[in-house]
Design a protein around this ligand. Structure first.
Ligand code: ARG
Length: 278
């Protein structure tokens, strides 16, 4: 077991979320979505409200984007853009059902005065596939974002991009298989990645927290960390224990209704990194 007995210091964050007013499951674009399974929209909203309140209790600033009618997946705000150093890389969705969410997010940032905004040429699903560490951009592909989008992100942000291949359709976005805990510290589920990508992760993050298949399957990796508090699905009990051993403070939440769309905590949370990280 690793000894990480140092004090974990939270950093105040700025998030963007989207209330699940129009959330339902009427089509299937990932293995978690089954239109035959009923969704309780009122419960989805209540569970989401709890997450929204929790971030504010933890001292974070949370902005909201208006949900578009007819866009049930817009609650997964993480997919709407990637924001680093105040630069906004828009999203371009693979599936037509979500296409309008990209421009809606670009518009949100533009009207709030963000000047460095890039409308992408290549398909990328925002922070679903782009995760930001202190020194790099980790970029998933295999199901949604394209390899071309990785180069586009590298040129726009001027950060080294590490491409990672996802191989299990249940973990179709990078943020379902890997989470950034603090600066250059990550946790991930190795089996979600190709053998070469696993080797890259071992090389870059030799001290990473490795997560079990059981915790990955309840979306334990779809978590949001402020450097101390790690908000994650409450069902990921083994992972919560592992996090505590490393000095983090896990906070379990119940987003069972939103899991029916194939998303959880991180999917509902887009981080706005207004200033330079390093
Ligand atoms: N139903 C959505 C989709 O398949 C879920 C998106 C989950 N978001 C995420 N950041 N992993 O596109």
């Amino acid at each position: 077991m690793h000894e990480h007995r140092r004090d974990r210091l939270p950093r105040t964050r700025h998030y963007l979320m989207c209330r699940p007013t129009h959330f339902e499951v009427t089509y299937s674009i990932n293995p978690w979505m089954d239109p035959a399974v009923p969704v309780d929209n009122a419960l989805a909203v209540a569970q989401w409200e709890r997450l929204y309140a929790l971030y504010q209790e933890l001292g974070h600033k949370v902005d909201l984007i208006d949900p578009l009618p007819g866009h049930p997946d817009m609650v997964y705000a993480a997919n709407g853009a990637t924001v680093v150093d105040g630069r906004v890389l828009g999203a371009r969705f693979r599936n037509p059902q979500r296409a309008a969410e990209g421009p809606a997010h670009l518009e949100w940032f533009r009207t709030r005065g963000y000047a460095r905004v890039h409308d992408p040429v290549h398909v990328n699903e925002g922070e679903g596939d782009f995760l930001v560490t202190e020194s790099r951009l980790l970029a998933g592909k295999g199901f949604r974002s394209t390899p071309e989008s990785h180069a586009e992100a590298r040129e726009f942000f001027g950060r080294p991009v590490v491409g990672l291949d996802l191989v299990d359709p249940r973990y179709y976005h990078l943020d379902t298989a890997l989470a950034v805990l603090d600066r250059d510290e990550v946790m991930y589920y190795p089996e979600a990645f190709s053998p070469g990508s696993r080797a890259v992760l071992r090389r870059l993050f030799p001290d990473a927290l490795l997560v079990s298949g059981v915790d990955a399957a309840v979306f334990g990796l779809n978590a949001v960390s402020d450097g101390r508090h790690v908000v994650l699905p409450e069902a990921a009990e083994g992972l919560a224990r592992q996090l505590r051993e490393r000095g983090f403070e896990p906070i379990g939440v119940d987003l069972s209704e939103l899991l029916k769309g194939g998303g959880s905590v991180k999917c509902c949370t887009l981080e706005i990194r207004d200033s330079t990280l390093d």
